[in-house]
Design a binder for this molecule. Structure first.
Ligand SMILES: Cc1cc2nc3c(=O)[nH]c(=O)nc-3n(C[C@H](O)[C@H](O)[C@H](O)COP(=O)(O)OP(=O)(O)OC[C@H]3O[C@@H](n4cnc5c(N)ncnc54)[C@H](O)[C@@H]3O)c2cc1C
Length: 368
């Protein structure tokens, strides 16, 4: 029922704008409005904070179905989870009440600010500083590649509180867009997910109350990594949705397109490609849903499974979308058809929330 509901909403209200959102590289406001109206913009927020309390699998299905028609729009529910999960996992009750309630209502979005210009895969090498000053912390630094920066009201920001301790000297904070000293860079000009704004966040003497710290001092990096264990599964869901969208489009196209006097779908070479695409998507789906169940239960092997799901599903998305372009021939290579956008959008799923090389490092360290 959830899938049917989100699929019809996505097809009616999000899909019609997907090409323009990509072409104009603009924020998908129509998608945000439709998701908020249907209470699907941040489904993971617990009911006790006014949310819908969807479990990890239901959240995955929402993201998958939105990504099937528009990957950029799927970053709305995905990044709302990414940005707010540190507070849900490790924040005080007061922080949860204060920040989850507007998120659940759709009055605010949440972003996640870990990466920096010189600290990507090695996120613990970050330089952003948070220095205690009485009942306040003062933050200075640059966060890079922040999804929905400028659109979100709230930011989970990881910053160094003790430079002698590397990852154990990092703490997490909630920073608000309206805090004095917060500003944003120009939107990055990207290959894909052009509707999802990616900008730098500048923190210039941002003075925030000490109770905006998420959990204890020095636990921020651990919270950031624990968050990724859960949210990499949402990237797997996004990859899965993009791949399914490309397969669905190609499946229809090959029945219409005629060469050598018959639909190209009649050629075994084409049928085998479609079979492989569907097989890979189904394998990615099973891995992703199993990982979502593990996320919900907090199973011990979640770290391996989350990394495996993200890595596998994103590689599948890249292969399937490339094959979808192939199935459309020259037409697939043009912006008149959606599969080239899907191929460009798929690429990011192999890069963010840890590149697929990093996922393999994570898996190797946590072999089942
Ligand atoms: C569109 C977009 C949105 C993003 N959104 C966010 C966000 O909302 N919040 C956030 O905090 N970050 C975000 N990121 C950042 C993203 O997570 C990083 O780009 C990513 O982790 C890689 O870091 P890097 O770009 O610095 O690459 P680097 O770390 O410089 O990596 C370069 C290459 O080296 C490889 N490599 C690095 N170390 C190793 C190693 N030990 N072994 C093998 N290979 C290695 C990498 O896999 C990669 O292929 C986003 C990025 C993009 C592009």
């Amino acid at each position: 029922m959830l899938r049917d509901a989100i699929r019809s909403l996505a097809e009616a209200k999000i899909a019609p704008h997907a090409a323009a959102v990509d072409e104009e590289a603009r924020f998908p406001q129509e998608a945000l409005d439709a998701l908020v109206a249907a209470d699907l913009h941040a489904v993971h927020v617990p009911e006790s904070y006014g949310g819908t309390g969807a479990d990890a699998l239901a959240t995955v299905i929402v993201i998958e179905e939105v990504a099937r028609v528009c990957a950029s729009s799927s970053l709305i529910p995905a990044v709302n989870k990414l940005g707010s999960l540190p507070v849900i996992l490790s924040g005080s009750e007061d922080l949860k009440k204060k920040y989850m309630t507007p998120l659940a209502k759709g009055d605010a979005m949440f972003s996640y600010a870990l990466s920096e210009p010189d600290a990507g895969s090695d996120a613990a090498g970050m330089k952003t500083r948070a220095v205690r000053d009485g009942d306040f912390y003062v933050l200075n630094g640059v966060k890079r590649w922040i999804t929905n920066a400028g659109e979100s009201e709230y930011y989970t920001v990881m910053a160094v509180t003790d430079p002698t301790k590397r990852s154990k000297g990092i703490s997490a904070f909630v920073v608000e867009k309206s805090d004095e000293g917060v500003s944003f860079g120009a939107p990055e000009r990207k290959l894909g997910i052009k509707g999802s704004p990616t900008r730098e966040v500048y923190l210039d003497n941002v003075r925030i109350p000490a109770d905006r710290m998420i959990g204890e001092e020095g636990t921020g990096f651990a919270t950031a990594m624990k968050t990724l264990d859960h949210t990499r599964i949402t990237i797997a869901a996004q990859a899965l949705g993009i791949a399914q969208g490309a397969l669905d489009y190609a499946k229809g196209y090959v029945q219409e397109r005629k060469q050598f006097g018959k639909p190209i779908a009649d050629f075994q070479g084409i049928q085998f490609m479609l079979a492989d695409m569907a097989m890979k998507i189904e394998a990615a789906r099973q891995l992703t849903y199993a990982a979502a169940a593990k996320s919900e239960r907090g199973d011990k092997d979640l770290t391996f499974q989350g990394a495996a799901a993200k890595c596998f599903a994103s590689d599948v998305a890249m292969e399937v979308t490339t094959d979808a372009v192939q199935l459309l021939g020259g037409y697939g290579y043009t912006r008149d058809y959606p599969v080239e956008r899907m191929m460009r959008d798929a690429k990011i799923t192999q890069i963010y929330e840890g590149t697929n090389q990093v996922q393999r490092i994570v898996m190797a360290r946590n072999l089942p």
